[in-house]
Design a protein around this ligand. Structure first.
Ligand SMILES: CC(C)(COP(=O)(O)OP(=O)(O)OC[C@H]1O[C@@H](n2cnc3c(N)ncnc32)[C@H](O)[C@@H]1OP(=O)(O)O)[C@@H](O)C(=O)NCCC(=O)NCCS
Length: 179
């Protein structure tokens, strides 16, 4: 089935929130997310929606929709965006049944040029929990380079954990960029 990636629409953001807010606590903790730190639904939605009104240079987050055969089946987003510099990526195939079939790797590869082009990035980082095997394997397959392991709180919904830090540089996907 055809895979597509495009900027997420405002009205699709609640689906992202449902994915997190309805997830089992054990699933969230495996990703390094502390369930009690998730924002309240409306507050979270409004923060993302407000950010969507901003100019690219001032964006905090940016969400891409992952679509299979016309169905929204997951998302990737970046945060800590420093325009013309770098950002941090996150990746999620929502239905468990669709994971581990090779789609995540393809969807990450399709997502990279959209991030690099829109925010004129030089580097894109990802810091999955070191014990969470799927993203660690997917990032390497998608062309990310392993930088090392660090103990940190990677984001405002996370607990202190060992993260593996990966990077992909603009040069690695140059052929897909509008330079
Ligand atoms: C991370 C994620 C987006 C990857 O997408 P995916 O469609 O499952 O990935 P792929 O099928 O392309 O697999 C890529 C690699 O990861 C491996 N992998 C995927 N799921 C795995 C699992 N549960 N256990 C071990 N390896 C796994 C695959 O085997 C493959 O490696 P291989 O070819 O060497 O065998 C998806 O698994 C997911 O959404 N997981 C839950 C959310 C999550 O943990 N997100 C990361 C937060 S940082």
């Amino acid at each position: 089935m055809k895979l597509e990636v495009r900027p997420m629409l405002k009205e699709e953001i609640p689906d992202v929130l449902d994915y997190f807010l309805n997830a089992p606590k054990s699933y969230l903790r495996k990703m390094g997310v502390e369930p009690t730190l998730l924002p309240k639904r409306e507050e979270w939605r409004d923060t993302i929606w407000r950010d969507m009104e901003r100019a690219d240079e001032a964006r905090e987050f940016f969400y891409l929709a992952w679509i299979q055969g016309g169905e929204l089946i997951g998302h990737t987003n970046i945060n800590k965006i420093r325009y013309e510099e770098d950002a941090f990526m996150h990746l999620h195939v929502w239905p468990e049944i669709l994971r581990r079939k090779g789609m995540g790797t393809k969807l990450v590869k399709l997502s990279l040029p959209l991030y690099f082009n829109k925010f004129k990035l030089k580097r894109l980082y990802c810091e999955p929990n070191a014990l969470n095997e799927p993203p660690n394997k997917t990032l390497v397959k998608a062309g990310f380079e392993f930088l090392g392991t660090e103990q940190k709180i990677p984001g405002y919904i996370n607990f202190l954990q060992q993260v593996n830090k990966y990077v992909i540089k603009k040069e690695a996907i140059r052929n897909h960029l509008k330079l």
